[in-house]
Design a protein around this ligand. Structure first.
Ligand code: PHE
Length: 315
């Protein structure tokens, strides 16, 4: 019996042997019932046997329970030392990389970063920018109009209005954010991003503008010198207005940004006296800058959220 208990390998078997021994009709129960017919030595022997068996059952039960628990733990085992490369590791978006570079450069020139609402009122997106209602230049941008008369911001120029209204002159800021226009192809997305610089003080001139743009482009594209072409252009909020082209890799001219001296009406609209202050503004496509820097050719991919594209683009 003792050997039998020690060799049992399952709790169920142990329990049934226990019942067969100590249960109502158990072998030991029967022996104990017969105790009164035994002599003293035999009684002592039976008592000893009784407690030995009970102890053996208890020990074996504890052993089997521990073994069951260990087997369960073994099944759940997690090898935390196993080194598995994640298949789809996310990374920073090209626009995020670009903004980090752009803001580092512009902040080192003393420009302070601003943002503004993407749903704009007519005043900040158009009227204050010297583009009153029925002004033909409103057609330059295919605007998304909202039912309440607001618009989806078509240009970050709205942020320069907000910044001038808030802090007045002098001011040196850049605004960043999403902008919206009804257009869509490989180089145009209905939602895209702009970055816009503004510098207003007592004696800021066009040559300051060109110097800052030149230094900015040199630092951003990490090139020793940049060849620029300045073309006359038109924006209602700058006078004179220019467009700046960059000679790309010694070959073709790329239109890189619009700029100009802030129109006196714009300063006036923001409570700044144009006889005292003057300055420049420049604006460019944030996405376009990222596309050039990283050699990407489809702006729409920026907004697909596709990790495979990010990977193939080298991010
Ligand atoms: N807001 C102009 C555009 O979206 C760009 C611009 C900004 C031009 C600032 C001049 C000065 O086309």
């Amino acid at each position: 019996m003792q050997e039998q208990i020690k060799n049992i390998n399952s709790l169920e078997e142990l329990q049934s042997l226990y019942a067969a021994t100590f249960g109502k009709n158990g072998t030991m129960t029967a022996k104990l019932k017969n105790m009164k017919n035994l002599d003293n030595d035999a009684r002592a022997e039976l008592n000893r046997e009784n407690s030995e068996l009970r102890e053996l059952f208890k020990v074996r039960q504890a052993e089997l329970e521990t073994a069951a628990m260990m087997a369960g733990l073994q099944k759940q085992k997690l090898d935390v030392s196993l080194n598995r490369e994640p298949e789809n590791n996310g990374s920073l978006h090209p626009l995020t990389h670009t903004l980090a570079d752009v803001s580092e450069i512009l902040e080192s020139f003393g420009y302070e970063m601003w943002t503004g609402p993407e749903i704009e009122d007519d005043w900040h997106n158009f009227t204050a920018l010297n583009t009153p209602e029925y002004h033909p230049a409103r057609d330059m941008q295919d605007t998304f109009f909202l039912e309440n008369g607001n618009v989806m911001r078509t240009q970050t120029s709205a942020i320069q209005i907000r910044s001038m209204e808030k802090t007045g002159a002098p001011i040196k800021m850049f605004g960043i954010g999403a902008t919206y226009r009804k257009e869509m192809d490989a180089t145009h997305s209905p939602m895209f991003h702009q970055i816009e610089g503004l510098y207003i003080d007592k004696d800021v001139t066009m040559s300051d503008l060109i110097a800052d743009v030149r230094e900015f482009l040199k630092k951003f594209f990490e090139i020793d010198d940049v060849e620029l072409r300045i073309r006359p252009s038109y924006f209602p909020f700058t006078e004179p207005s220019i467009e700046i082209d960059l000679k790309w890799q010694g070959k073709k001219w790329l239109e890189i940004m619009g700029a100009g001296m802030v129109h006196p009406n714009v300063l006036r609209n923001c409570g700044i006296n144009p006889d005292e202050y003057q300055g420049f503004a420049f604006g460019f496509g944030w996405d376009r800058l990222a596309m050039l820097k990283y050699g990407l050719n489809d702006i729409r991919k920026f907004y697909d959220g596709d990790v495979r594209w990010l990977k193939s683009a080298g991010f």
